[in-house]
Design a binder for this molecule. Structure first.
Ligand code: ADP
Ligand code: MG
Length: 344
């Protein structure tokens, strides 16, 4: 329960437009050798029963924002509210962390690596009802597909398996909100999709609210229903992944999500786009043949299932995708068409 020092503003979170968690002008400064404004007057809303991803480059304030939401850090200005209640912080509460939330931190620091998987998870439940304790532990291990690892020591598990143990521990007491900091960092790419699908299924089945942090937005584009884009402590963009991908409002978001080419108005004009705004051209919006624009191929990068071509025309450099191998050689002239662009 929120502490008595916390002021309550009634909100009806069942109404679609009322976020479960909202922040208003939240700032957080670290004072050390240097003063760092890690989160700078951000306002945001997080909807109930869905997956929200906080994305941005390293040092942009993502982990700090997650800790502010959980109450591990206190904002030095503004406030964070959960169901209308101000989130209690260390000054209000002996054990930090909101009671309705669970945080899976980076690096598995909460796991007891010398104990086995079962004990790591079961230890989160009390001994008042041993039968229930056994049932719930068994059920959550099955749900996260690690029941076959129950007697293994955590120290002997892979990164992906440890992550599943950490999620089981967090979920066994049925929190309303699961917070995860870079949860896929130590999970092999081939297992990432399966873990993401498992998280999606749990959200769909239980109505759990998930907030996760990632520095690689491409890995969460398919997972999250909502993205919060951070840069230098500020929130630049918030919205549905598809909307932010196709209609970003900031060059930073376009580069982060789509590795987009960003052109100045002058550069755009030299390839026939007349505007006074910056122009975002995603790599897949460039057709490599049949166009009017003559570009020289100055670089080829192997990207696995495609090649990234680096093309130059006057002072315009475009990165484009080519799905055919060895079609072009360095120095070739390509007749490029920009099939689509987005004004920022
Ligand atoms: P991200 O998670 O996006 O990489 P963080 O929220 O961890 O970023 O950090 C944001 C900024 O705050 C960075 O400049 C970081 O160096 C600084 N910072 C984070 N935690 C601390 C701390 N405990 N003490 C001092 N500075 C910190
Ligand atoms: Mg971080």
């Amino acid at each position: 329960m929120p502490s008595s020092s916390c002021q309550y503003i009634p909100t009806d979170t069942h109404k679609a437009h009322v976020p479960l968690i909202f922040g208003e002008n939240v700032s957080c400064t670290f004072i050390g050798k240097q003063q760092v404004l890690a989160v700078d007057a951000v306002s945001f809303g997080i909807g109930e029963g869905k997956i929200t991803a906080i994305i941005g480059e390293s040092g942009s304030g993502k982990s700090t924002l997650l800790k502010l939401i959980y109450g591990l850090l206190a904002p030095d200005a503004g406030e964070v509210r959960y169901r209308g209640w101000q989130v209690p912080t260390r000054k209000d509460k002996l054990i930090p962390g909101h009671d309705a939330m669970k945080l899976v931190s980076q690096g598995f620091d909460d796991l007891n690596t010398y104990a086995n998987v079962w004990d790591n998870v079961a230890s989160q439940l009390s001994n008042t009802n041993l039968k229930l304790k056994e049932e719930r532990t068994s059920a959550i291990l099955k749900k996260l597909r690690i029941d076959h690892l129950a007697v293994q020591r955590v120290a002997d598990l892979s990164g992906g398996e440890k992550q599943r143990v950490a999620i089981c521990r967090a979920l066994i007491n049925a929190p309303e909100v699961l917070l995860m900091d870079e949860p896929f960092n130590q999970v092999d790419a081939s297992f990432r999709d399966i873990l993401q699908q498992d998280i999606k299924n749990i959200v769909a089945e239980t109505g759990l609210t998930v907030i996760l942090v990632s520095h690689d937005p491409t890995e969460v584009l398919a997972l999250a229903e909502e993205l919060i884009v951070m840069k230098d402590g500020k929130i630049l963009d918030q919205g549905a992944p598809e909307k932010l991908y196709l209609q970003p409002t900031q060059a930073y978001t376009a580069k982060l999500l789509a590795k987009s080419n960003i052109l100045t108005p002058q550069q755009a004009s030299s390839i026939g786009i007349q505007t006074n705004k910056q122009v975002a051209i995603h790599q897949e919006w460039i057709s490599l043949a049949g166009g009017e624009l003559k570009f020289t191929l100055v670089g080829i990068r192997f990207r696995g299932f495609y090649q990234e071509l680096i093309l130059k025309h006057e002072d315009v450099i475009l990165h484009a995708m080519d799905f055919h191998k060895n079609r072009y050689a360095l120095g070739n002239t390509l007749a490029v068409t920009v099939t689509k662009y987005h004004l920022l």
